[in-house]
Design a protein around this ligand. Structure first.
Ligand code: HEM
Ligand SMILES: *[C@@H]1O[C@H](CO)[C@@H](O)[C@H](O)[C@H]1NC(C)=O
Ligand SMILES: *[C@@H]1O[C@H](CO)[C@@H](O)[C@H](O)[C@H]1NC(C)=O
Ligand SMILES: *[C@@H]1O[C@H](CO)[C@@H](O)[C@H](O)[C@H]1NC(C)=O
Length: 505
């Protein structure tokens, strides 16, 4: 599967350049048949000219249509990122003026914005480029690369509309499917509409309450991980926890058994299994890795969590479902890790009909969302907004899920914390994942008394660039290199050492 960026660029190039190239060749060919010879430069001029005319026509036409529609709905157009020119009324005017007014888009069509996105994806910290724009542009912006609307929001009310209250007006869309479809086929994770309902229906039984406690499987996985870790620690080495966690996951066999009750179509069985493994494996692995990372960064949190483990479960007993349910600090630590480094940091949907979203600034008109528009949203950015979480939003503080901050910020605004999505498409594996991760973490804390980071063991490309240290917030604090394709991971792995709990006594 080519990276989504490449697919996107190919798609874009074909879309934009196919018309003028066809026209150019057409003119060339027809004139040749008719007996004249057109010089190459005429063909090129015609092609370039027609490309510009075509873009100009489409942009002006679509702009006029949207303004009319927005007016009829009593709404305004979304602010364009990064320009200060909402609406882009006049193409020529924008071309001339964007140089002076655009930030940081100084190229026509916001192409430099696209360049920045691609660059940041490879070299930057997640959301670099957007974070800087938020104070100026606000929590919703139209990136409008090559005059194509894509209205990004990080505002809980909008995300709630997309995922829950107006669920039927948003789909994952064809692009999502073509990006992941070649590997996954069609299953619960990427289907839309009636197809999705069918797949959701046949997978649900696997996650019913009595099945989510697959504790035998969890225990054999945890024993493997701990045995390997102890071996490495005895040799004085560190270990890549990210890679180690990857080795064990939901037993595909258990899943297949379950699915066989609903269907015997081999293609459905294969695609569905792939869908669920994709949705469940990297996400859980990443989150457990992040918890272990934070335990190594914050020894006080680690000591307190270990205390909870020893109080509730003791040093050797196998944890039960009820143990896990009663360990509030453990859940708060997992939640805080999911808040700062959610496994799915960026996601996207596509609108079906034109609609409006309430303005984050109540003094302004609602925001117009045209039909068939991409609406990307980022829980990664939302989870760090000081407006929503308070001044310490960038700090690792599990207690925010337990103390007065819970009431002050979260209780009345549950859509500001969305590591598992919300609404009808909420993660099917949420309970399963909390159980699996909690089980692993309890076993780890029974076996090891503390963790430390060994970033030096990580390869060069996994080292955070030196200049990050001066950045505000987590970018300046954290000592690994987060990257996001669809799910987040730590580039080069997560190298840690752990102190054997037995050696301590
Ligand atoms: C910490 C662990 C996990 C996180 C953070 C997580 C997060 C998410 C998110 C954000 C989505 C929504 C994706 C979208 O709609 O675009 C999702 C969907 C889904 N997840 Fe999870 N997930 C986790 C673990 C699991 C596990 C362990 C399983 C299965 C064993 C699982 C199964 C699914 C399925 C089947 C869907 C698709 C639901 C649908 O579209 O109807 N997840 N997950
Ligand atoms: C969902 O599954 C149940 C049985 O488990 C079945 O009765 C129902 O018709 C299914 N619904 C859809 C939409 O497939
Ligand atoms: C499949 O269905 C049968 C009969 O309803 C049931 O006994 C069995 O437990 C189901 N299989 C699984 C794995 O749940
Ligand atoms: C953790 O987050 C989940 C939502 O994903 C919530 O249901 C739960 O109450 C939270 N628990 C704690 C202790 O933070």
């Amino acid at each position: 599967m080519p990276p989504p960026g490449v697919t996107f660029l190919t798609h874009l190039t074909l879309k934009v350049f196919s018309k003028p190239v066809v026209l150019g060749f057409g003119v060339h060919y027809v004139s040749k048949c008719m007996g004249f010879s057109t010089p190459v430069w005429t063909t090129v001029l015609l092609s370039v000219g027609s490309l510009l005319l075509y873009i100009f026509y489409r942009v002006v036409q679509e702009g006029a249509r949207q303004r009319k529609d927005a007016n009829a709905l009593g709404a305004r157009l979304a602010p364009t990122a990064p320009g200060k020119w909402p609406g882009n009324l006049d193409f020529l005017r924008m071309l001339i003026h964007n140089r002076a007014h655009g930030y940081p888009g100084k190229w026509p069509g916001n192409l430099d914005f696209l360049r920045m996105l691609i660059h940041n994806r490879a070299h930057g910290y997640p959301a670099d480029g957007f974070t800087e724009l938020l104070p100026d542009v606000g929590p919703v912006m139209n990136t409008r690369v090559l005059w194509t609307d894509a209205i990004l929001t990080v505002w809980p009310e909008h995300i709630k509309i997309i995922l829950a209250s107006d669920f039927n007006n948003y789909v994952k869309g064809e692009r999502f499917q073509s990006n992941v479809g070649s590997v996954l086929g069609v299953g619960v994770f990427n289907a839309d509409g009636e197809m999705w309902k069918f797949h959701r229906n046949i997978t649900r039984p696997f996650f019913s309450r009595d099945k989510i406690s697959h504790f035998d499987i969890f225990d054999s996985h945890a024993s493997d991980v701990i045995r390997i870790m102890k071996d490495r620690m005895r040799g004085g080495y560190s270990i890549d926890f990210e890679a180690l966690e990857m080795k064990g996951d939901i037993e595909a066999e258990t899943l297949l058994d379950e699915l066989l009750n609903s269907t015997s179509d081999p293609k459905v069985l294969k695609d569905e299994t792939l869908n669920i493994l994709l949705a469940g494996r990297d996400t859980t692995m990443h989150t457990t890795t992040m918890v272990v990372y934070f335990l190594s960064m914050y020894p006080d949190t680690c000591a307190r969590l270990r205390d909870e483990v020893l109080t509730h479960v003791g040093p050797t007993r196998r944890p039960t479902y009820d143990d896990i349910k009663n360990m509030r600090y453990l859940r708060a630590v997992i939640n805080e890790s999911l808040r700062l480094y959610p496994s799915v940091p960026f996601n996207t949907r596509e609108s079906i009909k034109a609609t409006t979203w309430p303005s984050p600034d109540p003094a302004q008109k609602p925001i117009y969302i045209p039909a068939g528009t991409k609406v990307p949203y980022s829980v990664f950015i939302m989870h760090r907004l000081k407006d929503l979480w308070g001044p310490d939003a960038e700090e690792f503080s599990p207690d925010r899920f337990l103390d007065e901050r819970l009431k002050k910020y979260l209780i009345n605004n549950p859509f500001q914390f969305l590591p598992f999505n919300g609404g009808p498409r909420i993660c099917l594996g949420q309970q399963f994942a909390y159980n699996e991760m909690s089980f692993m973490l309890i076993r780890l804390l029974q076996s090891f008394s503390s963790f430390s980071l060994d970033q030096a063991a990580c390869s060069q490309e996994g080292q955070p660039p030196a200049e990050w240290a001066a950045a505000p917030g987590r970018k300046g604090i954290d000592k690994f290199r987060p990257k996001a394709h669809f799910t987040m991971y730590s580039e080069g792995g997560m190298w840690i050492k752990a102190a054997d709990a037995e050696a301590e006594n």
